[in-house]
Design a protein around this ligand. Structure first.
Ligand code: 13P
Ligand code: SF4
Length: 319
């Protein structure tokens, strides 16, 4: 549509004029993903977004994703201006782990190393020893287990349980969940697999145990994408937000992609696995934040400095 083309052209000009770069997550609107790639930005998982934003020379980062991604970018790059198309774009994991309750949980277990998922506020990260994302959590927890550490983990209970099972580490889990991945259903997936015996099953570890148990590959969004690109199966059943399908289709047009079943899936809703907060990222929001400087992320000191350590530790570990 002409309005979308006009908005895209406007954003390209604004990015140049403001020395800005677009850092997008795979779950946002396909047009925004394309724009990011066409303008020298990135489309990535949350680990790569953090690294890309930190290493890019632009003065302004426009982060198309959810709030914790903008905050991580600001924590790593306090001298850059970090803008988001909609500051109300949050995450159920972040909402379900308030900093004061989390601090009390940590205080009650001082013998444990605190490991938090990226999907948390800056204030929660300020209490953590390590931050992890789904792409590096296994490696980091294995490393901590080898050092004999006991772990306090927050907030995603499904990812925590998966990591606990895989590593055998002593982990105390916070009880949080992603409202998108929590909806995937093991029984329905089992039935779907019978209809598609040729398909491999790729699962994001924020999904419930009954879904993860049926996976050929468990991994972050980038790891799921790579599993399709490198895999030799003709079809893939994918249990993650369907925003990722856009990039996989572009890079692997010959593969058949099938969305894993969710509780809400029905004759009228065939694509229920989509994050409502990621969907708040719109072209108009990007125009507005660049034109008006709206949606700026601020992380006050000393929270920023306290949160920096756990993110840098992860980036060094995965370098
Ligand atoms: P990754 O992109 O790191 O796999 O994380 C998924 C996610 O939950 C983003 O909201
Ligand atoms: Fe949070 Fe889930 Fe949305 Fe990711 S998809 S931002 S984990 S609610």
């Amino acid at each position: 549509p002409p309005e979308r083309d006009a908005a895209k052209a406007r954003i390209k000009a604004l990015l140049k004029a403001h020395d800005a770069v677009l850092v997008a997550h795979y779950y946002v609107d396909g047009d925004i993903q394309d724009l990011a790639l066409e303008t020298g930005g990135c489309v990535a998982d949350s680990l790569e977004m953090a690294r890309f934003g930190r290493d890019h020379a632009a003065k302004t980062l426009v982060v198309a994703g959810v709030r914790f991604m903008g905050e991580s970018a600001k924590i790593l790059s306090p001298d850059k201006r970090v803008l988001m198309p909609d500051l109300d774009a949050t995450c159920s994991l972040d909402l379900g782990c308030p900093a004061d309750e989390f601090a009390a949980f940590c205080d009650a277990h001082p013998d444990r190393t605190v490991v938090v998922y990226a999907n948390t506020s800056a204030a929660v990260k300020a209490r953590a020893d390590w931050m992890v994302t789904s792409s590096c959590a296994l490696g980091i927890v294995n490393h901590l287990k080898d050092q004999g550490r006991k772990i306090l983990w927050a907030p995603d209970r499904h990812l925590g349980r998966y990591i606990q099972e895989q590593t055998g580490a002593d982990m105390l889990l916070w009880n949080g969940a992603c409202i998108v991945h929590d909806e995937f259903k093991g029984l329905e997936l089992d039935l779907l697999k019978r209809d598609h015996p040729e398909a491999k099953v790729l699962v994001h570890p924020e999904s419930p145990a009954s879904v993860v148990a049926q996976a050929d590959v468990v991994g972050s969004t980038t790891q799921i994408l790579n599993a399709v690109l490198k895999g030799d199966a003709p079809a893939y059943i994918i249990a993650t937000d369907n925003g990722l399908m856009h990039r996989i289709r572009q890079l692997a047009p010959d593969k058949t992609l099938i969305e894993a079943p969710t509780a809400g899936r029905s004759a009228t809703c065939k694509s229920c696995a989509h994050c409502p907060w990621m969907a708040m990222n719109a072209l108009q929001g990007i125009v507005a934040c660049l034109e008006q400087g709206s949606g700026e992320i601020h992380v006050p000191e000393p929270t920023r400095a306290q949160a920096l350590g756990c993110i840098e530790r992860m980036l060094d570990f995965t370098a």
